[in-house]
Design a protein around this ligand. Structure first.
Ligand code: FMN
Length: 191
């Protein structure tokens, strides 16, 4: 049976900023229970999607620092340069079939309990974590805010080095609060 022409557009390329997706089948960022804990499965799941024809394939939330650590939930990880090779494996697998690879950079702020890294969770204000764990956060100071920005810049550069075509900044969960807080402060000349 021929394809209903109403759906033809799904198979046409689309320009996204400087890159072009070969079609409109777009796998949004989503967690999968694998992340950094099952790296090969994590790569292969995306390779299978690319082989199946998806135009864009994204990671899930990728932690950009040990100060945003979600274990036992297995997310992607890009804490430092040592995490680049695994992320590059996924991007390469996706590129093998002509799809674009996207990465979602995440700092969960007061949503991250840091069970494994043991860092004290930080957020816009000192308060109990309300996402996953009953833990107290500490309020970020100016040095934290500066470091938080640098974490994002560093992670974006590392994403490019790993071969990603699209870079997201995750602003869900408690991070929405944090991003609002940071943008409110953005105009102040002393920062
Ligand atoms: C199991 C699961 C994990 C998800 N993980 C993420 C995530 O890591 N990052 C994100 O931005 N959205 C995440 N989402 C939301 C999805 O990206 C998506 O927005 C949602 O499933 C709705 O899909 P739709 O927009 O195609 O209807 C997740 C959703 C599910 C069901």
């Amino acid at each position: 049976m021929p394809r209903d022409p109403r759906y033809d557009i799904l198979f046409e390329p689309v320009k996204i900023g400087p890159v072009t997706a070969k079609n409109r089948f777009y796998q949004v960022p989503h967690c999968n229970g694998m992340g950094h804990v099952y790296p090969s499965s994590w790569v292969e799941m995306r390779r299978v999607k690319a082989e199946g024809g998806w135009g864009v394939i994204n990671t899930e939330e990728v932690e950009i620092s040990h100060t945003s650590e979600l274990s036992p939930i297995p997310e992607g990880r890009l804490w430092d340069d040592s995490d680049i090779p695994l992320l590059a494996r996924m991007a390469d697998a996706v590129h093998e079939y002509g799809a674009l690879a996207g990465i979602e950079l995440a700092h969960l702020g007061s949503g991250a309990a840091n069970n494994f890294s043991r860092e004290i969770p930080m957020g816009p204000s000192a308060r109990p974590i309300d996402l996953l764990e009953p833990i107290q956060t500490r309020a970020m100071d100016k040095a934290d805010i500066k470091a938080f920005r640098k974490m994002h810049v560093d992670a974006a550069i590392r994403s490019k080095q790993a071969g990603y075509d699209i870079v997201y900044v995750y602003c869900g969960h408690d991070m929405t609060t944090l991003v609002h807080f940071l943008s409110r402060r953005h105009d102040r000349s002393d920062e």
